[in-house]
Design a protein around this ligand. Structure first.
Ligand code: NAD
Length: 264
């Protein structure tokens, strides 16, 4: 089996990375940064997001696992003290794979510019470059509302515990093939009205944002942020691709939610 390790880059993560690499090489596993079957991320959730984007073109052939050197992460749930156990598990046992849904974002441009397509593990957000965001929101091809406010956040179920949660969105179990639309500070008064609640869309529904006036937007995909100019529409749906996590022990999602947000 071929493996790669990505590190957060701080000294603790780098030391752990070198230790794991040497243990796994001792077990005669092959280190291959280009075409790994297993990617071990050492750091935090941000490190795993980085690893996901690095290998997003080969998701069907890559499984991820996260070790955290800071606080318990949603994607990084092994602790440094467990790495010997983890290395033996990787080397000796056929591992179970769990698959989670992803968000597809397609940005289309005015004047026939080539569309861009992104996959997000957590979420994609849309904000105006330097003003209130004004967007017509269509769901399944039907006009739903005209949104005015700071921005909109479309998240995956596994990303529902990240930015989405801070926006008052619901936590979705990652086995659900769905995406969630959450508002950022919508303007609601006698003149302007939005639904005001997060919406959860199933896999066969598409959410489309269409600019009303301003056409330049800051669009984030997980930790990546880009300014898009002359935007005609931004389309979101559950992606056909899925992310695969290698599972060596049960760690139920609701326990992770409890341990992260309620109490250890
Ligand atoms: P960062 O270092 O600022 O990390 C943000 C925090 O989000 C970290 O504590 C991380 O553990 C946590 N996180 C990431 N994914 C998570 C998940 N799926 N469930 C629960 N917590 C999660 O930034 P980064 O490392 O570059 O991560 C980018 C992410 O930061 C974005 O995908 C977004 O979800 C999150 N973010 C959150 C807010 C907010 O909560 N107000 C604002 C901006 C970005």
């Amino acid at each position: 089996m071929k493996f790669a390790i990505t590190s957060k880059g701080n000294s603790e993560s780098n030391t752990l990375m070198h230790k794991m690499k040497s243990y796994l090489l001792d077990f005669e596993l092959i280190y291959d940064e280009e075409e790994p079957d297993l990617v071990i991320s050492v750091g935090g959730d941000g490190t795993l997001l980085y690893a996901f984007h690095r290998y997003s073109s080969r998701l069907d052939r890559t499984a991820f696992i996260g070790v955290h050197t800071g606080h318990l992460g949603f994607y990084a749930d092994w602790v440094p003290e467990e790495i010997e156990k983890l290395v033996i598990a990787i080397a000796k046992t056929p591992y179970e794979i769990v698959e989670y849904p992803l968000l597809e974002t397609v940005v289309r441009y005015q004047n026939g510019g080539k569309e861009t397509r992104y996959l997000a593990l957590n979420e994609s957000t849309v904000k105006a470059d330097d003003a209130t965001l004004v967007m017509d929101v269509e769901i399944r091809g039907q006009h739903f509302e005209r949104f005015r406010g700071d921005g909109l956040c479309l998240s995956t179920p596994s990303g529902s515990t990240a930015y989405n949660k801070a926006l008052g969105g619901a936590i979705l179990h990652p086995s659900l093939p769905a995406i969630q639309l959450a508002e950022m500070a919508s303007i609601n008064n006698k003149v302007f009205r939005t639904v005001g609640s997060p919406l959860v869309l199933p896999a066969h529904h598409t959410c489309m944002l269409k600019p009303v006036n301003e056409q330049d937007f800051k669009i984030t995909i997980d930790h990546l942020s880009l300014l898009h100019k002359d935007v005609k529409s931004i389309q979101f749906r559950v992606a056909e691709e899925r992310v695969r996590f290698a599972r060596f022990r049960p760690f139920p999602f609701w326990k992770r939610v409890h341990d992260s947000f309620v109490a250890d």
